[in-house]
Write a protein that binds this ligand. Structure first.
Ligand SMILES: Nc1ncnc2c1ncn2[C@@H]1O[C@H](COP(=O)(O)OP(=O)(O)OP(=O)(O)O)[C@@H](O)[C@H]1O
Ligand SMILES: O=P(O)(O)OC[C@H]1O[C@H](OP(=O)(O)OP(=O)(O)O)[C@H](O)[C@@H]1O
Ligand SMILES: [Mg+2]
Length: 284
């Protein structure tokens, strides 16, 4: 028995999707042009598909799970369950208008033409706000639409904002935030659910590891208490005696986002020779 997983065939999500599987210790025999490949050391079959087609494949039970942008689920798969957020391909779906256009509120879009690849998302948002507009559905290069006179506004993915900038547009409304997620088919079988929970366990360990750093430092014994107060650790920090009397080595795990802040505090509290190491996996 195998778990069938869909990942994007080519595009923004492809590389990171393969990487997270690899970080989970799963090796896939893949020739680039294959549409299907098997894992060598895990009961997993990988299907390479178009991102936009994946919600339907999940619904039909052609695949059991998929790695997909949550923005696509909002557009085409609100009925599908998310098993895990994966933390990559972070972006937002936003409305934008030409830089020179007057824009004060969403009601300025009343009766206007909006170009987008995400019609359902825009429609739902406008309906909520009580605004009616004319939607033009296009599949790519949406940002060019106002410049060629096809639309007054657009709705598309924004990440750095550089595509908007290059096309003389300004972001005016953020509709949603998105990241890659692991979505699940409503038809998944019991056996596949068991494999999925093993996969989820590995994914969580990988993500937790990515979010944390292992730190080691030397601390004079009379300052250990102050230093430990700054360190959460998984249970509590490890304290080992150094060869030199009166000193200890303190080991702990800290969140990578709080990292520089904590390091400064640790130094002030008396820690020296601080080493910071990446964590490959963290089993919680
Ligand atoms: N600039 C970006 N920064 C971060 N994430 C992005 C960006 N553009 C797209 N994404 C995310 O990656 C997903 C795939 O985008 P991509 O442009 O590769 O494929 P697509 O053209 O939407 O889909 P398909 O596979 O059907 O051709 C999007 O649904 C979104 O979640
Ligand atoms: O805010 P930015 O960092 O500029 O990113 C946003 C752009 O990235 C995506 O396009 P992509 O490069 O995937 O091309 P596509 O339109 O062919 O999908 C998206 O459709 C935006 O156009
Ligand atoms: Mg794209």
């Amino acid at each position: 028995m195998k778990l069938k997983i869909a990942i994007q065939k080519a595009g923004r999500l492809n590389e990171d999707s393969l990487k997270i599987l690899k970080d989970c210790g799963i090796s896939i025999d893949n020739g680039k042009d294959q549409l299907k490949a098997s894992a060598r050391n895990f009961p997993l079959e990988v299907f390479y598909l178009r991102n936009g087609d994946i919600p339907q494949y999940l619904r039909d039970g052609v695949v059991d799970v998929a790695i997909i942008g949550s923005n696509v689920l909002v557009e085409k798969g609100v009925d599908l369950k998310i098993a895990e957020k994966l933390g990559f391909s972070k972006c937002r779906v936003s409305l934008a208008v030409p830089k020179a256009a007057k824009y004060e509120s969403i009601s300025d879009l009343q009766g206007k033409r909006i170009a987008t690849s995400y019609p359902h998302t825009v429609e739902t948002y406008l309906k909520e706000k009580g605004v009616e507009a004319e939607l033009h559905i296009i599949n790519g290069s949406v940002e060019i639409a106002p410049n060629i006179g096809l639309a007054d506004a657009i709705c598309d993915i924004v990440s750095s904002g550089s595509t908007l900038f290059k096309n003389n547009l300004k972001e005016v409304e953020k509709i949603l935030s998105s990241e890659a997620v692991l979505a699940v088919s409503p038809c998944i079988g019991e056996g596949q659910k068991e494999i999925l929970s093993k996969l989820q366990f590995r994914i969580r360990s990988v993500i937790a590891g990515q979010q944390s750093k292992y730190v080691l430092m030397n601390v004079p014994n009379d300052k250990i208490k102050n230093v430990i107060a700054l360190l959460p650790g998984m249970r509590s920090p490890t304290v080992l005696p150094l060869a030199e009397e009166g000193w200890s080595s303190v080991h702990s795990v800290i969140n990578k986002d709080k990292f520089w802040e904590v390091i400064d505090e640790l130094r002030q509290a008396g820690a020296e020779g601080i080493l910071v190491c990446p964590i490959e996996k963290m089993v919680i």
